[in-house]
Design a protein around this ligand. Structure first.
Ligand code: MN
Length: 200
């Protein structure tokens, strides 16, 4: 398992396959105030590709190609936030997507614990630390702890999707999940355009 670190874009030659796990780290949770600092990618092979985005930089052609490519499924945990952040930064609506948080809410109706840490623990018996979650992602030099934390947010999303898909099929909720995933990019678009507090 290796973490690769880049500045401002993925290398052109990199091929992350047809299903790509993505996460973002920002200066905070306010879409209008807090800048995007890091975007993490994984093809599900155990490696993470981390891209540090410099302030005011918004041209990342290789990242944008992935986000807008309709034949590549982008897997997120809580896609609504990441899609909004990415749209604000690159002016691209990310589609198609899969969200492990939505899938969990649709099938794990016996609990209200749908955080990534909970899902990894319950479905994959993987224990991750969230201690770096609220650290300074705007630092020029990210610490080893920050990079490892950022990587764990994408490394297991493929496996998580596999487990959640099994339960979605078992409970006959796969169709409902698909429809939610289709709507999620537009939910994110509503968030950045002033309807963030409305259940539209
Ligand atoms: Mn994260």
């Amino acid at each position: 398992m290796t973490n690769f670190l880049y500045k401002n874009d993925l290398p052109k030659e990199i091929d992350l396959g047809e299903e790509i796990a993505i996460d973002t780290e920002t200066m905070g949770l306010n879409l209008h105030r807090d800048k995007l600092c890091l975007i993490q990618f994984s093809s599900g092979d155990g490696n993470a590709h981390l891209v540090q985005i410099e302030k005011n930089f918004n041209k990342s052609p290789n990242i944008c190609d992935i986000l807008r490519n309709k034949s590549k499924l982008k897997i997120f945990h809580y896609a609504r936030f990441d899609i909004a952040v990415l749209q604000k930064k690159f002016n691209i609506l990310t589609e198609p997507i899969y969200c492990t948080k939505i899938a969990s809410k649709l099938v794990r109706t016996f609990t209200d614990r749908h955080g990534l840490k909970n899902l990894l623990s319950d479905l994959l018996s993987i224990d991750i630390s969230k201690s770096q979650q609220s650290s300074d992602w705007g630092a020029n030099e990210l610490s080893k702890e920050q990079l490892n934390y950022a990587a764990t947010d994408v490394l297991y999303l493929h496996k998580l999707k596999n487990e959640l898909d099994k339960i979605l099929h078992r409970e006959n909720r796969y169709y409902l999940a698909e429809k939610c995933f289709e709507f999620t990019p537009y939910r994110a678009m509503l968030d950045i355009n002033g309807w963030e507090n409305d259940d539209i």
